[in-house]
Design a protein. Structure first.
Length: 391
């Protein structure tokens, strides 16, 4: 028989913590009421939603998947992984990988035919990429052409799918049969381009909101990549972005990462009743997580306090063999750190994949007043991609 606690003890437990009318639940409600006019920012995997407080309607911005260019540039970025993945499938005896390779070759050629300067400039029309459209066109054409050529030759000569050969000639670009621009550079460039757009727009929107950062309550929720990713300050893209947007005024203790927080879509915000209920729910949720913080400071002020560590980025040099956190990129030429970040986000299940390209871009945008034209992009700014048949 399963253990059941004594009902008298259970009632005593519930009176403090779990019953709807418990002491703890009552304090959380009271704290929420007392701070109903404080701004609350909800950050999901795709949107930022600001509840200004005091009954004022929320505002929101989509910073990721609903934006122009995200899927296009990410699709090209993935080609740097597609060839090694197919090679590994072949090693594992998946003979369908040859068919998958042929299909990928065909789609690369379709994209090449469709790819044009006018498409990137006039249809995608990403503000942060303005003036870079010709080079993006060349990058896309080169990556698709190289992928199709390499896979076509590999179907006839499987030795090209040997990992040592791929590392030297496709990824690193230092082998005897190296491609003109190594795919490590291409992946760094596409990650950085994606980050440039999302970070630029997010910073612009946040700066337009006149947020009282010192009082801001933040809930980061929703999936962004793997279910295990983004659960700490260091591994979640939004934490450093919000900290930089605030001019370092945001109190890290007022930001909680809560994968179990309820979700709300921007389309629901048009319904005032739904919106009001959601805001009340989020405020209750926030104080449910942090009411103990206030109480601990009142009860034990003379004992050591907890402080959230927000930066532990190591520096990678030629002798570095292992990193325990995402390394910092010191310059656009710091290729060892840039590629280490690519490896890190794939190797650590707690890391968001997109984090690989964010830090260096965020640092530059923060330093130059959010002007994307002044940002140097690894694998792009000082890299020349062979010019394709531009249209």
């Amino acid at each position: 028989m399963r253990y059941q606690p004594n009902p008298h003890f259970m009632r005593l437990f519930e009176m403090f913590t779990s019953a709807p009318d418990s002491i703890g639940q009552n304090l959380q409600r009271r704290l929420g009421e007392a701070h109903a006019d404080a701004p609350l920012l909800l950050a999901t995997g795709t949107d930022l939603v600001l509840f200004p407080g005091g009954g004022r309607p929320p505002t929101s911005v989509d910073f990721r998947k609903g934006t122009k260019g995200f899927f296009e540039i990410t699709a090209v970025s993935h080609l740097g992984l597609a060839i090694p993945y197919l090679a590994r499938l072949r090693e594992l005896g998946d003979f369908g990988c040859k068919t998958a390779a042929r299909e990928l070759i065909e789609q690369c050629r379709v994209v090449q035919d469709f790819n044009s300067v006018s498409y990137w400039r006039d249809e995608v029309a990403v503000t942060a990429w303005r003036g870079r459209e010709e080079k993006i066109t060349d990058l896309v054409d080169y990556t698709c052409a190289t992928t199709a050529d390499y896979l076509g030759r590999a179907i006839e000569n499987p030795k090209l799918l040997n990992f040592e050969h791929m590392r030297a000639n496709l990824l690193e670009g230092d082998g005897p049969d190296a491609v003109p621009v190594p795919f490590n550079d291409m992946m760094a460039a596409t990650f950085a381009l994606s980050a440039l757009d999302s970070v630029h727009r997010s910073l612009k929107w946040l700066h337009e909101q006149s947020i009282d950062w010192a009082r801001l309550m933040v809930i980061v929720t929703g999936g962004a990549g793997r279910p295990s990713a983004g659960l700490t300050w260091q591994s979640n893209n939004l934490c450093p972005l919000l900290y930089e947007a605030s001019g370092h005024q945001l109190d890290p203790a007022r930001l909680i990462i809560a994968p179990t927080a309820p979700a709300i879509g921007p389309e629901q915000l048009a319904d005032r009743e739904v919106c009001a209920r959601a805001e009340a729910q989020y405020r209750t949720f926030w104080y449910g997580c942090l009411s103990s913080v206030e109480m601990s400071r009142l009860m034990w002020p003379d004992y050591p306090a907890f402080q959230k560590r927000i930066d532990q980025a190591p520096v990678v040099d030629a002798d570095t063999e292992v990193v325990e956190a995402m390394p910092r990129v010191r310059s656009v030429h710091d290729k060892r750190a840039i590629v280490t970040r690519l490896r890190y986000v794939m190797e650590d299940p707690g890391a968001q994949i997109a984090t690989a390209g964010v830090q260096f871009v965020l640092d530059q945008l923060s330093a130059n007043g959010n002007r994307p034209e002044l940002v140097e992009l690894p694998g792009f700014t000082h890299t020349t991609y062979p010019a394709g048949a531009r249209r």
